[in-house]
Design a protein around this ligand. Structure first.
Ligand SMILES: O=C(O)Cc1cc(O)ccc1O
Ligand SMILES: [Fe+2]
Length: 457
């Protein structure tokens, strides 16, 4: 950690490296780098301690119901408005925003890709964002985009905020250090991080992969914020537990050198100069916060006698759309777990879905695909398009002895949305697009020639 960064110290949690986090989902937190930064019993005293400025960051309308009302109070060296004049437009050609229709000529179909290559020239997290699909309409504050980021350079004097969406970051290779206005999070593969809409941040690569860079997936959520799904009859525990979400303690940079603030706003990018680091929040309190979550702390609940349940049992976070049970986005994982169901075809069933499914693989193998879906790769099974296990997977799962089997060393995930996902031209023209993906189902033969008990071949 460099000299000019100051970190608050508070209730160190175990196993969090040199950074500290506060546990809980949607809590009202408070954290300060110096004693007495936070005013007590009020938000906006005539003079703030240490001469700081008070600034509110509203993540919901003032009048949102208590359950969804989110804001934080930031006590900072300068207010955010202190930058050098107007914004200028900036070109980031690979980061697209919905609606982004008819951008390619690829025919409709089930799609799968090999991993996107690492960049060969210095590329930071923002420049390395490559949009794969867009869905809905960012201006209508609904829908989402899926991206892959590939980067090999740190953001040093560049800072970014996204007015269009919150960002759910899913690293696949390399550990990211995400320095936000509210604190610093280190996020490694098998962890995810959420950066709230409008919150300033920069990303550096803490630990690059073997090929010198970092890669991962991002879900850009234009709609209502990600929250925990209801557990229904599961009760008060399991799935993603609130205390496993970690919000960083306050941290600030006291840096008085030329910097830039980059903004994504209604699908366009803008930049302005600023003479200091905008990550200058010395203390804050509130419930509009970034957080990270370790996917290994997800406690899966599944079938313990027979049948394959709907994958919604594996929902980590859901972003509601306003229509009950119809998510703008569900973030679903397929973690290591025991498969014990008797007399059951255990992998995912053949399926057509009104929701549109984008999938990625962080490590290991996914149980519906024997080959071709590799870590860092992705697949798209769009609205109402049929999909399911490949022929090899079907044969194996139909004939295996159904003793308990542990699926180990695997972590796949899905960004599932109610909106059809529109492919970008970049995705349609990626060299890693598998032209032979359909082949994986061609070995599924006609099977209507068996006995009532099922064909024995
Ligand atoms: O592989 C998929 O398509 C995702 C998926 C997984 C599952 O267990 C059930 C349905 C489903 O769509
Ligand atoms: Fe599916």
């Amino acid at each position: 950690m460099s000299d000019h960064i100051v970190l608050a110290k508070k209730n160190p949690a175990p196993n969090t490296g040199d950074l500290q986090y506060m546990p809980g989902f949607g809590n009202d937190f408070e954290t300060e780098c110096l004693p007495g930064v936070l005013p007590q019993g009020r938000n906006s005293p005539q003079k703030c301690a240490y001469g700081l400025y008070a600034e509110q960051l509203s993540g919901s309308p003032f009048t949102a119901p208590r359950g969804t009302n989110e804001r934080s109070w930031l006590y900072r060296i300068r207010p955010s408005v202190r930058h050098n004049g107007r914004f200028e437009t900036l070109d980031l050609p690979h980061w697209k925003t919905a609606p982004c229709l008819n951008d390619h000529t690829l025919a409709l179909g089930q799609l799968r890709w090999d991993p996107v290559d690492m960049p060969t020239t210095p590329t930071d997290f923002i420049a390395g964002m490559r949009t794969i699909t867009t869905a809905g309409d960012a201006l209508g504050q609904s829908g989402m985009a899926t991206h892959v980021y590939v980067c090999n350079a740190d953001m040093v004097d560049d800072y970014f905020f996204n007015a269009d969406a919150e960002l759910l970051v899913v690293p696949q290779i390399g550990t990211l250090r995400i320095f936000t206005e509210l604190g610093i999070m280190d996020v490694a593969p098998l962890e995810v991080a959420l950066i709230p809409r409008g919150m300033m941040f920069k990303v550096s690569i803490l630990d690059a992969g073997a090929d010198g860079g970092a890669r991962g997936y991002v879900c850009e959520n234009y709609g209502a914020k990600f929250t925990l799904p209801e557990r229904g009859p599961i009760g008060a525990n399991c799935l993603a537990n609130p205390r496993d979400f970690k919000t960083p303690v306050a941290a600030y940079e006291d840096k008085e050198t030329p910097c830039r603030v980059l903004v994504k706003w209604c699908g366009q990018f803008h930049v302005t100069d600023i003479g200091h680091s905008p990550l200058d929040v010395v203390g804050w309190h509130g419930n509009y916060t970034p957080f990270k979550y370790d996917l290994r702390t997800f406690s899966p609940v599944g079938a313990i006698l027979f049948d394959h349940p709907d994958p919604s049992i594996f929902t980590v976070l859901t972003a509601p759309s306003g229509e009950a049970g119809t998510a703008n986005i569900d973030f679903v994982i397929f973690p290591p777990r025991w498969m014990v169901a008797e007399n059951t075809f255990r992998p995912p069933w053949y399926h057509r879905n009104i929701m549109s499914e984008f999938m990625g693989l962080i490590e290991g193998q996914y149980d519906a695909k024997e080959q071709g879906f590799v870590p860092g790769g992705m697949s798209l099974h769009n609205m109402m398009l049929a999909h399911g296990p490949d022929a090899e997977g079907f044969t194996k799962a139909s004939e295996m002895e159904l003793k308990p089997v542990k699926q180990e060393g695997t972590m796949a995930f899905m960004f599932e949305t109610r909106f059809p996902q529109q492919l970008t031209r970049f995705a349609a023209e990626l060299p890693g697009l598998q032209n032979d993906y359909q082949e994986c189902w061609q070995g599924l033969e006609r099977r209507f020639d068996g006995t009532p008990e099922g064909r024995q071949d």
